[in-house]
Design a protein around this ligand. Structure first.
Ligand code: BES
Ligand code: MN
Length: 458
């Protein structure tokens, strides 16, 4: 029996206890965007510090201007092993809308068939980050760690990691490693692992259109008084053309065509766009009409309205002509699109469409570029072999529609490449009611990390 076999066997033995431990973390409502949950965020961070200290890491909770960071370090006894930095996030998205949850979001439990771990954060990202912690536990319980390991868990990923740049700048040396490992992405499907090599960037921008100096009676003023909701809706309607392209001037600068070998790889994947849409009750792709669904998610940029607010939205009716209206926008970026240029173009686009009695206020909620990792490296090759051994299938080298803004930051500031390996599924309902994580993802995820760490150590 090799050392790795012993580690894998230990992960199997620990399976039920590991799920119980994860429930402990899932029960803490660490919603980062809502200040009311700030104490819970700190509590989730401390929970991880305690957990990692228990595994022989030197772990501490580090204050920031926002929610605290968890930093932990452990060294292998063997010298000259690679040093990896594992990143995950302990914060979660709000559970809203609560009435659509079949069970309480922060009362984690197993589904009746035992196949799903249900609760907010189960897949994004608490269940995922615990796959790595459980792998470390098994190494510790059966022998030694195969690599030197630094762990960084943050509590603000879901709000765009506002405190991370300063924290990274102030702790460069402590966080430096040979390679970053990230577990916050998806598998190709339930049986097929994936390594994500492309992430879309993200620009988050809120616009408030102001009109009259106060809300008005829509009978007394309706007609002559400008309505900011109408102004805003017209602007929103003009952002896309009839072919689904974003009409902002210069928006597609830096968007590159896929290299032919990658495009070919994607065509070979057994992806069923009809099923992808049918799974969420849709039938007609609504993005750029001349692009495949996979391209629309992985390699093409988008603009979406995430929320729109204005006027009276309570029960019944109210004849009001509102003084303001606002909308929250998100742009997913690809290739070399420049977040600052996209933002500037968007603001000009809005300003140019304002009637003289309206003014626009802009609130920025973060901007990060897209990320493209090398398609071939020694670390990637080793990770591919490790995942193949666990799942019996070659992992898909995939893109991802989502964003993890900090991966680009580590590349830029520390020059560290990342291996993004995650065990989530498209159907996990992350950010939605009834979020779940497959028990197989959790268990085989831990086994996968054991193999990847072992493989990286050589
Ligand atoms: N884990 C997700 C990103 C993701 C989702 C990657 C699906 C691959 C597949 C991450 O936690 C996330 O949701 N990020 C946010 C970023 C943000 C709020 C700044 C996102 O993409 O919306
Ligand atoms: Mn998320």
């Amino acid at each position: 029996m090799t050392a790795l076999d012993a580690v894998l066997a230990r992960i199997d033995q620990n399976r039920d206890a590991a799920i119980e431990r994860l429930f402990g973390l899932l029960a803490i409502p660490s919603v980062s965007t809502d200040p009311a949950f700030a104490p819970d965020c700190a509590r989730a961070g401390q929970w991880l510090v305690d957990e990692l200290n228990g595994l022989g890491f030197e772990a501490s909770l580090r204050p920031t201007a926002g929610h605290p960071m968890v930093v932990a370090k452990a060294k292998a006894k063997r010298r000259d092993v690679p040093h990896v930095l594992f990143y995950g996030h302990y914060d979660v998205q709000p559970a809203d809308p609560l009435e659509l949850w079949e069970t309480e979001p922060f009362k984690p439990h197993l589904s009746d068939d035992g196949q799903r771990i249900v609760g907010r954060g189960s897949a994004d990202d608490k269940g995922q980050l615990m796959t790595f912690v459980e792998a470390c536990r098994a190494f510790r319980e059966t022998g030694d760690l195969p690599c030197d390991i630094t762990v960084l868990f943050e509590g603000e990923e879901e709000t765009g990691s506002p405190s991370l740049p300063a924290f990274l700048a102030a702790n460069k040396d402590e966080l430096r490693a040979d390679l970053m490992l990230v577990c916050d992405t998806n598998m190709w499907n339930k049986e097929t692992p994936a390594i994500t090599t492309m992430l879309r960037g993200l620009v988050l921008e809120e616009v408030v259109i102001h009109g009259a100096s106060r809300d008005l009676h829509s009978g007394m003023f309706g007609g002559p008084a400008i309505n900011p909701i109408r102004v805003l809706s017209r602007i929103i309607a003009e952002i896309h053309d009839t072919r689904g392209r974003v009409a902002l001037p210069g928006f597609y600068a830096g968007v590159e065509e896929l290299p032919e070998d990658v495009a070919e790889q994607w065509r070979q994947l057994d992806f069923d766009p009809k099923k992808f849409l049918a799974d969420v009750g849709l039938s007609q792709p609504a993005g750029e009409s001349d692009r495949s669904v996979l391209e629309q998610i992985w390699s093409r940029p988008t603009c979406d309205v995430n929320g729109i607010i204005g006027g009276y939205t309570g029960k019944g009716s109210k004849t009001v002509l509102p003084a303001q209206a606002s909308a929250k926008f998100s742009f997913r970026l690809v290739g070399k699109q420049d977040p600052e240029k996209v933002l500037a173009s968007f603001r000009d686009f809005v300003r140019e469409r304002l009637p003289s009695d309206c003014r626009a206020e802009f609130l920025s909620h973060g901007a990060s570029p897209a990320l493209l990792l090398p398609f071939s490296s020694e670390a990637l090759a080793r990770a591919r072999r490790a995942l193949h051994a666990e799942w019996g299938k070659e992992p898909v080298l995939s893109g991802s529609g989502g964003s993890i803004p900090i991966v680009g930051l580590f590349k830029k500031d520390l020059g560290i490449d990342a291996l993004m390996i995650g065990f989530g599924l498209d159907g996990d309902r992350i950010h939605s009611p009834n979020e779940k994580y497959e028990t197989s993802s959790f268990h085989k995820g831990a086994r996968s990390w054991a193999r990847v760490l072992d493989g990286l150590a050589g």
